[in-house]
Ligand binder design. Structure first.
Ligand code: AR6
Length: 174
């Protein structure tokens, strides 16, 4: 039923900073002033101008997203979104879904056709990968169904274990 949409989704292992896509998504914090994990890696690879632009934006609430240029990255843009700190409450799921929904909406508004996501909230913020994966994939499918202008969406996982979780879930949808 979702075949055309599933065909636009790619799951792979690697470093998001190396990807040649229109936009990569950053798992940021509400200050947008950088941090560890994928946020630190993206800022290091993009260079100091990224931090300057983030400073001008002045922060981002949890679940929302903001767009900047990509500077030294191969990606033209970075979409910064802030995942929830996992506490096992029902609103965690909604906030995480909002991250994917709002990032993809910004992508559509900015004519971005290819986009890559890390596993938002699954590092320092403690969201269990199995639950987060379902939110990520289900929300992406929902938005891509409404917006065919997204031609390719990459879920890029840092570890082999996380990759397996995504591949297993995708396999259940085919
Ligand atoms: N490419 C792809 N995935 C990566 C990379 C990379 N280069 N580096 C890490 N990951 P985290 P969060 C994976 O902690 O949980 C920051 O300090 C990692 O294995 O980066 O949303 C921010 O400033 C994990 O699966 O983000 C915030 O304060 C996933 O990316 C806070 O961490 C997300 O892990 C956000 O925490």
């Amino acid at each position: 039923m979702h075949k055309e949409i599933l065909d636009k989704i790619e799951v792979r292992q690697g470093d998001i900073t190396q990807l040649d896509v229109d936009a990569i998504v950053n798992a940021a914090n509400t200050s947008l002033l950088g941090g560890g994990g994928v946020d630190g890696a993206i800022h290091r690879a993009a260079g100091p101008e990224l931090l300057e632009e983030c400073r001008r934006i002045g922060g981002c609430p949890t679940g929302e997203a903001r767009i900047t240029r990509g500077y030294k990255l191969r990606a033209r843009h970075v979409i910064h979104t802030v995942g929830p700190v996992y506490r096992g409450r029902p609103q965690d799921r909604e906030l995480l879904a909002n991250c994917y929904r709002n990032s993809l909406t910004l992508a559509v508004q900015n004519r971005i056709a290819t986009i890559a996501f890390p596993a938002i909230s699954c590092g320092v913020y403690g969201y269990p990968i199995e639950a987060a994966c379902q939110v990520a994939v289900d929300t992406a499918i929902e938005v891509m169904r409404a917006h065919p202008s997204i031609q390719k969406l990459v879920f890029i996982l840092f570890s082999a274990a996380d990759l397996k979780v995504y591949l297993n879930y995708m396999a259940t949808l085919r």
